[in-house]
Design a protein around this ligand. Structure first.
Ligand SMILES: [Zn+2]
Length: 431
C-alpha cells in the first residue's frame, strides 16, 4: 500500500498544474461495501444534471431497448414514467437520480460536450478532408515485456513471438502519420510498449484478496501455473496482475482521454484471436474474420452495478451512439473491402448485432464504456490463423508480395488503408 499511496501522491502532485485533469480516484481500491465493478469509483450523479431536458422519453426508451439494455434490465433500478426517469443511485438504498425528459424534440435543450461530429467542422481545405478532427488512437494492450503477463503472446518455432500489444502499437504509429497527412490532429493514448498506469500488480495485492473473498474464495492460492492453469482466476497472483494490466491501465487511459486529450473520436486498435491453448505450442486455426464494437448490450447484472449503470447513462445521454454506429459501419465497410474478411459471428450472449452490414456489434467493454466521446473498437484478423501468422511473420514490406498463397500488401498497411478509407468516406458523406 505504501508504494501505491506514494505513487498516487506523486501523480496528484505532477498533475497539480493541469486543472483539466482530476484526481485519478478511479484506481483506488473499491469500497468493500459498494456495489461497483473492479476498481470502479462511486459515481457522482450530479454530473448527469447537465443532461436534464436534453432527451425525449421516446428517444431515451429507444436507446435503452435497442442499444444499451438489449438483454433487459431490472425495472426497479431504472423506472420510466412519461415525463421522467428515476435511476437508482446506490444499491441497497432508495435514492434515485431523477432525469426529466424534454416534452418534445423542439423543446430539447442543447447538449454540451467537448467533441465535435464531422458535420460540425468548418469546411476542410483541398486535400485535407480530416482537417481539424481530433482523433485519439488507443493501441490495445501493452506488448513488449508485458505481453506474456497479459496473455497476448504466443510463439511458434524459431519465428519471433506474436504480441498483440506490439502489433497494435505499430498500426497506431502508421495510422497516426496517415491521418495527420489528411489534416487530422492525432494522439496516441500509448506511445510505447509500456503501461501508462503508475501502478503495478503488487499495488493490487489487497484488492485482489478482497475480490476473491467476496467471490467466496476464502483461502486462495497465491500463484498460478501459467496461462493454461484452469484455476488461475481463483489465485491472488492472476487477479492482481489482471487488475494492473487491464482494469488499472484502461481506467488510466480513460482519465487521459476524458480529462486531457478530449478528442472527437477514439479508435481502439486490436487484433483478434481464437483460443490458442499453450502459448509455446499454440493451435493455429483456419478461421479469420473482422468485426467492430461500439458501447451497448449491457447485461442485466452489469446494469445493477452502480458505476456501470451511471456510465451507461452518461454514454447514452451524451448521444455518442449515432456517431459511433455510422463511423463503425463506414470503417467496417472499408476494412471488409481492404481485407476481404468475413464478419465474425459471436456465439456468446454479451453482444447485440447492430447496423446493417453485419460487421458491427454493441458490447459493454471497459474502453468503449469509459471514454466520454464517440469510440469505435476494431477487431480485425485472427492472429493465430495460419494466414495472419504468415503475414505477421512476413512483417512490413513495400508494395505487394506473395504471402500465404496470395499477392498482398503487408498486414499493417492493409489495416491502416481500411481505417483511413472508412474515415474519409464518412467525412465525404457528412461534410
Ligand atoms: Zn485485443
Amino acid at each position: 500500500m505504501f508504494r501505491s499511496l506514494f505513487l498516487r501522491g506523486l501523480t496528484l502532485f505532477l498533475l497539480a498544474g493541469a486543472p483539466a485533469v482530476r484526481a485519478i480516484d478511479e484506481e483506488l481500491p473499491n469500497d468493500a461495501a459498494a456495489n461497483l465493478s473492479t476498481l470502479g469509483r462511486a459515481p457522482d450523479w450530479s454530473e448527469l444534471e447537465k443532461f436534464q431536458a436534453t432527451i425525449t422519453h421516446d428517444e431515451f426508451v429507444h436507446l435503452l431497448d435497442y442499444v444499451y439494455c438489449t438483454r433487459g434490465y431490472n425495472h426497479d433500478v431504472i423506472q420510466i414514467e412519461p415525463d421522467l426517469a428515476r435511476i437508482l443511485t446506490r444499491s441497497g438504498t432508495k435514492d434515485y437520480f431523477v432525469l426529466h425528459f424534454a416534452k418534445s424534440e423542439s423543446d430539447r435543450l442543447p447538449l454540451a460536450h467537448w467533441w465535435t461530429a464531422p458535420a460540425g467542422l468548418p469546411k476542410a481545405p483541398e486535400g485535407k478532408p480530416l482537417s481539424g478532427f481530433r482523433i485519439a488512437l488507443d493501441p490495445g494492450h501493452l506488448g513488449g515485456t508485458w505481453a506474456k503477463m497479459e496473455e497476448r503472446w504466443f510463439k511458434i518455432g524459431k519465428a519471433p513471438p506474436v504480441q498483440e500489444g506490439d502489433l497494435t502499437l505499430r498500426v497506431g504509429q502508421l495510422l497516426k502519420a496517415r491521418l495527420e497527412s489528411l489534416g487530422a490532429k492525432v494522439t496516441l493514448v500509448r506511445e510505447k510498449a509500456e503501461p501508462i498506469t503508475p501502478y503495478r500488480p503488487s499495488d493490487f495485492d489487497e484488492t485482489a484478496r478482497k475480490f476473491l473473498e467476496r467471490a467466496g474464495i476464502t483461502k486462495p492460492r497465491e500463484n498460478f501455473d501459467g496461462p493454461a492453469d484452469p484455476e488461475k482466476e481463483q489465485t491472488v497472483g492472476w487477479q492482481r496482475e489482471r487488475m494492473f494490466y487491464r482494469h488499472s491501465e484502461i481506467r488510466r487511459r480513460a482519465s487521459l482521454v476524458n480529462y486531457r486529450l478530449q478528442p472527437d473520436l477514439v479508435l481502439c486498435l486490436h487484433f483478434n484471436a481464437e483460443p490458442w491453448g499453450d502459448p509455446s505450442d499454440p493451435t493455429l486455426v483456419d478461421n479469420n474474420h473482422l468485426h467492430l464494437l461500439v458501447n451497448g448490450a449491457y447485461l442485466p447484472n452489469e446494469v445493477e452495478l452502480d458505476d456501470e449503470r451511471f456510465e451507461m447513462l452518461e454514454k447514452l445521454l451524451s448521444r455518442s451512439f449515432p456517431e459511433e454506429l455510422e463511423l463503425a459501419e463506414s470503417i467496417a465497410g472499408a476494412m471488409a473491402k481492404a481485407t476481404g474478411l468475413a464478419p465474425y459471428r459471436y456465439k456468446t450472449e454479451n453482444v447485440t448485432a447492430i447496423g446493417a452490414n453485419g460487421y458491427v456489434y454493441a458490447r459493454n467493454l471497459m474502453a468503449t464504456r469509459l471514454y466520454h466521446c464517440p469510440t469505435v473498437y476494431l477487431e480485425p484478423y485472427v492472429m493465430n490463423s495460419r494466414e495472419v501468422f504468415a503475414r505477421v511473420k512476413a512483417g512490413e514490406y513495400d508494395g505487394k508480395k506473395q504471402v500465404a498463397g496470395k499477392l498482398r500488401l503487408n498486414i499493417f498497411r492493409e489495416y491502416v488503408d481500411g481505417v483511413v478509407e472508412g474515415l474519409v468516406e464518412y467525412f465525404k458523406q457528412h461534410l
